[in-house]
Design a protein around this ligand. Structure first.
Ligand code: C5P
Length: 215
């Protein structure tokens, strides 16, 4: 590969958790730090791509030269992805999108009324952003992530087919969330390839090379 092997390519990346409000001061989120997605954004930019990063709430700095759009909820993330997806060559869905949002979120802060009665939350399923992008008539090259706690190979390959995407990257959930290093396993139609344990930045560079080779 040439040094600027993603020059003239446009890459859209989602990263971080989503935050689903319960009321104006409370919400439900998950332990995604955004580190893997941000590292991939940095690596894609280093390879010459024009990179847009749609990010849930994280404590991370925007990588140099990357256009970042901040969102909170899965619905906002879906809307931001939809409005930026045309003309993208690659979509890498790294975000840990909440599976459910609170359907009966309160517009006002829920008060503790002292009689011991606790609020009851109802949930609604969030849209699957990656699956809807993969189902577009002329989709970009779509890459998904899967954090599994067991049977990585089986679950990852099933997920790749269910989402209708050419490449799915598996990692072990509890070994990646919040950490600076990781192990990745790439699944495509030809089988699997392990990128051995290393820093997320180093793995991100290898992943971007692997994606470029498959374009
Ligand atoms: O379905 P599951 O959450 O296991 O799949 C993970 C992959 O799907 C990740 O790439 C994630 O970014 C994406 N995803 C999504 N929208 C959702 C749930 C997951 O884009 N609502």
């Amino acid at each position: 590969l040439q040094p600027n092997y993603l020059e003239n390519r446009r890459v859209l990346i989602t990263a971080g958790p989503t935050f689903e409000p319960i009321d104006p001061v409370r919400g439900i989120t998950n332990r995604s730090s955004g580190k893997m997605g941000y590292a991939i954004a940095r690596a894609a930019r280093e390879a010459g791509a024009s990179v847009t990063l749609i990010s849930g709430p994280t404590a991370l700095e925007t990588p140099y030269g990357v256009q970042r759009i901040d969102v909170m909820t899965a619905i906002q993330m879906r809307d931001a992805v939809m409005s930026h997806i045309s003309k993208q060559d690659i979509f890498i869905s790294v975000a840990a999108v909440a599976d459910w949002r609170v359907a009966n979120a309160s517009e006002q802060k829920i008060k503790k009324n002292g009689n011991g009665k606790t609020p009851v939350l109802e949930f609604a399923e969030n849209p699957d952003i990656l699956a809807s992008i993969a189902a577009l008539p002329d989709p970009p090259y779509c890459v998904g992530f899967a954090a599994e706690s067991e049977k990585l190979k089986q679950h990852a390959e099933e997920k790749r087919q269910k989402k209708g995407i050419p490449l799915l990257v598996g990692n072990i959930g509890h070994e990646t969330f919040g950490k600076d290093d990781n192990t990745l396993v790439l699944f495509d139609e030809t089988g699997s390839l392990e990128l051995p344990h290393g820093s997320k930045q180093n793995l991100a560079r290898q992943l971007i090379e692997q994606i470029a080779k498959r374009l």
